[in-house]
Write a protein that binds this ligand. Structure first.
Ligand code: GLA
Length: 655
């Protein structure tokens, strides 16, 4: 079922206010409330003294009014008695400073005391509410984000390394520690990386952080699971492109993924938001929850402007179009105190609806109108953009050009494809690839045989593949591969190798029969290795080395096709290139739409195909349809054209 909701903190308000809040929720069309994720000190005011009756009453009152609950385990905000009694549960930053009580996420994910207290509160909640028919799901913690550098983390890191390498000889060899005399003769000598460090150690430290959160999360999953009735899911609310840990590893043990989507300063950006939804859907390769989004404005950005009137509608529908099965605002009502007094909400400090409430109410109505229609449907990507945390980290630590940002580079490929209204999956570089017509591997820096073999198979099966700058440079230890880029197997596949790479101080011209423009930031000079390879474009006059050398190539292989793009093309040239690639792969949108109108198809196993049309512009637009359709928000039949108001939405099925 498609849900609409908000984060609600009944513990902030006198109980005689709850009925009015819930009355207003019903008026807004809210179907789900997220509760309790910061309520530890209310639920356990003193060690092992639990007070959960209030939460039980809140869940019941919501349920009496047709609103189900999602419960958060409160471990992002431990109570003061806990941190006071166990100061070692507090995280230590890279300067060696211990966090202070009173903010949040200030715990060390490796603290065994913290594990014990987290396990207990999660279990107490689960025993009480796990079989409650009105609790449909659980969120563990809130936005994992802290990296701790305490002495216990250091000891755990050593254990992690011992399990991974067995011997110091192996570790020394794989980290190339002879370099700068880093050779370790005792595990205890190995530091936690502060600032820049050995590339192998840095990569293992990120794996260790991933492992630490995985363990912390597992403690809570194991505490919850035995007490949950069937069908109740467990999730965590991630933060889009945040990268302190590998999200594919973290989401493995969760039932669904969820994320918190905020615009912050400025206004929504169609492709950026879309890419982050597709990223989150790709964590588990299935629909997700939008656990938090912005009711108008935030309080934490440099400029907390309000979204335009109606803009939130576009944001919510876009999330659904990209696979969200729920949209929840943060938060229901502005609290009098606490750190977030200026944040947007649906109800203000006076207890009355804010102006934004009307936008929300309209959305609630619309979602209710199509909830059944969308039930069981999901977006199906035709193109996969590969995402890899290890490659991202590796490039981030050694950017070579400060402006070379992994996510921006990935986005450089995502944007023009998505603007063609071709559904994209953003998936792990290690996910199955066979469902796609086109795969883009942006800066897939870390390469091993398995990855390369999967790409070779994909092309041999008839797929089209784009390898881009910085592909296939490092191994899994973050060491340079002994072969030239993109590594021996992919070089053979693409028929090229990178003779040299250049960080560019100024753009370099790029020219070909149908592709003209510039390469900025980065240029790879390609050696052509076999006769099947055609050069799509060459570099123009620049540093001498690059002059007239191949920049972008293509070759056909066993029905498939491989592009190697050594240039970082300017946006116009990129648009031309992508248009060409899409045509060659016979990828086309379901129908044409004016720029600024997004088409998001969701399909059901029963063959149902629902098109969500989103007008991202603040101007009226007309879309011509190739078939007669039913529009489900108005209930009207449309023949020929559908008119979209500013920020307008249509939900269509063919008739
Ligand atoms: C995060 C948190 C919420 C709230 C919002 C404010 O996403 O999860 O508790 O602080 O930010 O934007």
């Amino acid at each position: 079922m498609l849900h609409f909701g908000a984060a609600y903190y009944p513990e902030h308000w006198p109980e005689d206010r709850w009925p009015e809040d819930i009355r207003l929720m019903k008026e807004a069309g809210i179907t789900v409330a997220r509760l309790a994720e910061f309520a530890w000190s209310t639920m356990e005011p003193a060690e092992e003294q639990f007070e959960l009756d209030w939460l039980d009453r809140a869940i019941s009152l919501l349920a009496e009014n047709g609103i189900v609950s999602v419960l958060g385990t409160p471990t992002a905000a431990p109570p003061a008695w806990l941190t006071h009694k166990h100061p070692y549960t507090l995280a230590v930053d890279d300067y060696g400073r211990s966090a202070q009580h009173g903010n949040r996420c200030h715990y060390c994910a490796n603290s065994t005391e913290y594990h014990a207290h987290s396990r207990r509160i999660a279990e107490v909640m689960a025993r009480r509410f796990g079989s409650n028919p009105h609790v449909i799901g659980w969120q563990i913690d809130n936005e994992y984000n802290r990296v701790c550098y305490c002495s216990r983390c250091r000891a755990r890191f050593h254990e992690f390394l011992q399990a991974r390498y067995r011997t110091l000889d192996a570790l020394n060899a794989r980290w190339s520690t002879a370099y700068w005399s880093q050779t370790y003769s005792d595990w205890e000598q190995i530091p936690l990386p502060i600032g820049g460090h050995n590339p192998g150690l840095l990569l293992d430290f990120r794996r260790f952080i991933t492992d630490s959160y995985r363990r912390f999360q597992r403690v809570q999953i194991e505490a919850l699971r035995p007490h949950l009735r069937e069908g109740v899911w467990i999730t965590h609310n991630f933060m889009g492109w945040f990268d302190a840990f590998d999200h594919y590893a973290l989401t493995e043990a969760l039932d669904i993924a969820a994320w918190d989507c905020y615009v912050g300063a400025g206004y929504h950006d169609r492709s950026k938001q879309a890419a982050a939804h597709d990223l989150t859907r790709g964590f588990k390769r299935k629909n997700f929850w939008l656990m938090e989004t912005q009711p108008g404005c935030v309080n934490w950005s440099s400029l907390n402007n309000m979204l335009n009137q109606g803009e939130a509608r576009v944001l919510a529908w876009q999330a659904i179009g990209h696979g969200a099965d729920a949209v929840l605002y943060w938060q229901w009502r502005s609290a009098y105190g606490g750190q977030e007094q200026y944040h947007g909400s649906l109800v203000d400090q006076s207890g009355r609806p804010r102006l934004f409430f009307e936008d929300a109410r309209r959305l609630g109505q619309d979602l209710a109108a199509v909830a059944d229609l969308l039930d069981g449907t999901e977006p199906l990507g035709q193109v996969a953009v590969l995402n890899d945390y290890e490659s991202r980290w590796s490039i981030q630590w050694q950017r070579h050009h400060n402006d070379f940002d992994y996510v921006s580079h990935l986005f450089h490929y995502y944007r023009p494809i998505s603007e063609h209204n071709i559904p994209i999956d953003v998936i792990s570089a290690d996910a199955p690839l066979s469902d796609y017509r086109l795969i883009v591997a942006p800066a897939l820096n870390i390469m091993d045989e398995q990855r390369a073999a999967a790409l070779v198979d994909f092309v041999n099966g008839g797929g089209h593949l784009i390898l881009t700058a910085r592909c296939g440079m490092k191994d899994r230890d973050n060491a340079l591969l002994p072969s030239r880029q993109p590594g021996s197997m992919l070089s053979e596949l693409a028929g090229v190798e990178v003779a040299e790479y250049y960080a560019l101080d100024k753009p370099v011209p790029v020219q070909g029969d149908w592709l003209q423009g510039q390469s900025r930031l980065w240029a790879e000079q390609l050696n052509i290795l076999d006769k099947t390879v055609s050069t799509i474009a060459r570099y123009g006059k620049s540093n001498g080395w690059l002059d007239d050398q191949p920049a972008v190539t293509v070759t056909n292989r066993n029905g498939g096709r491989v592009y190697y793009v050594g240039a970082y093309l300017d946006d116009n040239a990129q648009d031309v290139f992508i248009e060409h690639v899409l045509k060659a792969a016979q990828l086309a949108p379901p129908f044409d739409a004016p720029a600024g109108v997004e088409i998001c198809p969701r399909s059901g196993a029963d063959g149902r195909l629902v098109y969500i049309l989103i007008n991202h512009e603040r101007a009226h637009q007309i879309v011509s349809l190739p078939w007669a359709a039913q529009e489900h928000l108005t209930g009207q039949r449309v023949d020929g054209t559908v008119a979209l108001d500013a920020y307008g939405i249509a939900v269509l099925t063919q008739v």
